[in-house]
Structure formats: C-alpha cells, structure tokens
Write a protein that binds this ligand. Structure first.
Ligand SMILES: [Zn+2]
Ligand SMILES: [Zn+2]
Length: 350
C-alpha cells in the first residue's frame, strides 16, 4: 500500500510577551528572532493588553498574530480572536463566556502553574464556555518557562547555575496530570486542542555576577514549536493566514516538538483504510472496517500510541497498529529519554 507523505508541518511559536507587558523584546526584535529560529508564525499574548495589535500581519516572512493573556492572580488564560481586552476582574467561567460571546476562543495557560507559586488553574471543572456545545477550547499542555522554573525549584539554590547556562536537560514536558485532564476532556466529547507555550519574556537576571537573559527569544523559539498541518503554505494575505492558523489550532491539526532534540517537519501520523487517509484533528468511523494507524518520526524516536490515555503500542522510529475500537488516539515521542513530540488526537468513532 502506498502511503503519501504528509504535508510539511508549518512551525510557529505560541505564548509570547513583549514590551507591551513584562517582556523585554520589541516586536521588531521578536520578529527577527523568530525568523532566525525558522518560525513562520507567532502568537503574541501580552498580559491584559492588545497594545501590539497594529503589528498583526506578515513581517519579513513571519505571520504575527496578536491576542492576550488574561491574568488574574490565578487562572491565566489566553484569549485569541478578540478585538478588546477581556477584563481579568471576573471569574474564569465568566471571562471565558465573554471571549466566546465576542467570537474569540480561549486556551487555558499553564494549568498547573509553577511548582510552589500561585498561578495555576483552580477549578478544573471550568474548562470552557458554559454553553460548550460545539465550541472548542485549547489547553496549553506544556509551558516551557513554567517547566523550567518548576524543575529549577526542585534543586537547592547553589545548584541553579546549570539551569541558566545549559537549560537543555531541564525540561520534563507535559505533566501526567495535565495530559490526563486533556484526554479526559476529549473522551467526554469536550473537544480540546493541545498547544505548546513558550511564555517568552527574556527576563534579565543578575546571576554569578553576570547579567543574564533568561531564555533570549531566539533561544526559546528553538525549543517548543507548534507545527500546523495544513493543505498548503500559509496565505500571503495576513487575514486569510490568520484564519488558517486559528482554524488549524482549533481543529487540532497541530503537533508539538521540542526542537532542542531535533525538528519534525516531516512527521507522519495517520489512519489509513484502502486509499483513504485521515490525519490528526479528523474524525473517522469504523463502519467500513478496521483502520491502520501508522506513524513515523525519525529513527531515534521512541514512539508511543496512546488510546484514551493508555499506551497501546510502541515503536522505535515508526509504528503501525490495526484499530478496531473507537477512541481518542494520539502520538507521543521521546528522544534520548527526553520529552520531544506530542500530537493532537485522531478521533475514531463507531
Ligand atoms: Zn501566565
Ligand atoms: Zn504568559
């Protein structure tokens, strides 16, 4: 059986702060960093500000989209597709309802916050607008800065220096708890798409007598990357490009890769039946018989196929599995023991 190569994933960065809130970079600096890091799109999310909205559109080969982070003390949440700032002085249920009422959508940010600090999502029963029917919500599965800070806090202060100079081994990936919540929401029919967040700020910090930048934008952009699976390239019309990015995210046509361990523009993950194929984000029925689920992600990858939260198949570099049961099927991959790849699910129904 000939399986066609999947379209290349289109790499981008999500959850970025600029000088419009507490980030250290201006839009031109951040755009230059994104271009140097090979990203084609960016979603900027300043705290409670849409100050950079005028930058929305293409800049030097990078499509810039501007939403904002709603940041009460706890319960941080990204609002995209909104024309005014959603006020943070209200309960999460109410700011989510307001976002959807004005035609936007939300992505719950760093649900577990940073170990030992207060910025976590309090009530996991609140996972979308009250009238969820048909509306999709996003979940930031992995927030690089939260992960890095949480790992750092596990060690005494005298051992923190390696974290600043060699951050590579200190990212653990999405937590078991967050992944379990994500699977549970999707299994309950509450379509929830996963994204990877950078939480880029480029904070200056004095450490060991030197002024350091905690993850300069370019360095951070070379870590956790969202690859959108589109039919073709991003539209050169900024408005249409924006619709493509938002649609791909909402439909779950996106996979996350920690590029510190290699990129994955060529990932293959699909269900096949005869000459038909389905990709992540698709819903496929078993009415016409079993499906063949097939994945390929480079020889050094330890792949796991996850059905309804449970690992049902593993392989090195590739795997195949006949599917006869409905479920939420997604792929995870590790490289050299490190968290590397997380896809959005394929939905298999009876
Ligand atoms: Zn936040
Ligand atoms: Zn943030």
């Amino acid at each position: 059986m000939a399986i066609q190569a999947q379209t290349e994933g289109i790499p981008g960065g999500f959850h970025i702060h600029t000088t419009y809130s507490d980030g250290q970079g201006s839009y031109p600096e951040i755009i230059a960093a994104a271009k140097a890091a090979g990203l084609q799109w960016l979603i900027i999310t300043d705290h409670d500000s849409l100050g950079g909205k005028a930058y929305e559109g293409w800049h030097d080969g990078v499509l810039v989209l501007v939403g904002h982070e709603i940041t009460p003390e706890r319960n941080h949440c990204i609002a995209l597709g909104v024309d005014y700032v959603i006020k943070r002085e209200q309960a999460p249920q109410s700011f989510m309802d307001e976002t959807y009422a004005q035609g936007g959508f939300n992505i719950i940010a760093h649900p577990e916050g940073v170990l030992g600090t207060g910025s976590y999502w309090e009530d996991w029963e609140v996972a979308g607008p009250r009238a969820r029917e048909g509306k999709v919500v996003g979940l930031e599965l992995w927030n690089v800065m939260s992960d890095w800070r949480a790992q750092k806090r596990r060690f005494p202060q005298w051992f923190h220096a390696p974290f600043y100079f060699l951050p590579k081994p200190f990212l653990l990936g999405p937590t078991v708890k967050t992944l379990a919540w994500w699977d549970k929401l999707n299994m309950a029919g509450k379509r929830t798409f996963g994204v990877g967040g950078l939480d880029a700020h480029a904070f200056p910090r004095k450490r060991l007598g030197q002024l350091l930048t905690i993850f300069p934008y370019r360095k951070l952009f070379e870590t956790l990357t969202n690859y959108l699976v589109l039919e073709g390239p991003l539209d050169l019309d900024g408005k249409r490009g924006k619709e493509q990015v938002f649609k791909a995210l909402q439909e779950g046509r996106n996979y996350l890769v920690n590029r510190l361990y290699g990129d994955a523009a060529q990932l293959q993950f699909m269900a096949v039946q005869g000459d038909k194929q389905w990709r992540m984000g698709d819903t496929v029925s078993l009415k016409a018989g079993p499906l063949l689920l097939t994945a390929e992600a480079g020889s050094v990858t330890h792949l796991k196929l996850v059905q309804n939260g449970k690992v049902i198949a593993q392989g090195i570099g590739k795997l195949q599995r006949e599917i006869k049961q409905p479920g939420i099927y997604r792929l995870e991959g590790r490289r050299w023991g490190q968290a590397w790849l997380y896809t959005n699910p394929l939905y298999v129904v009876e």
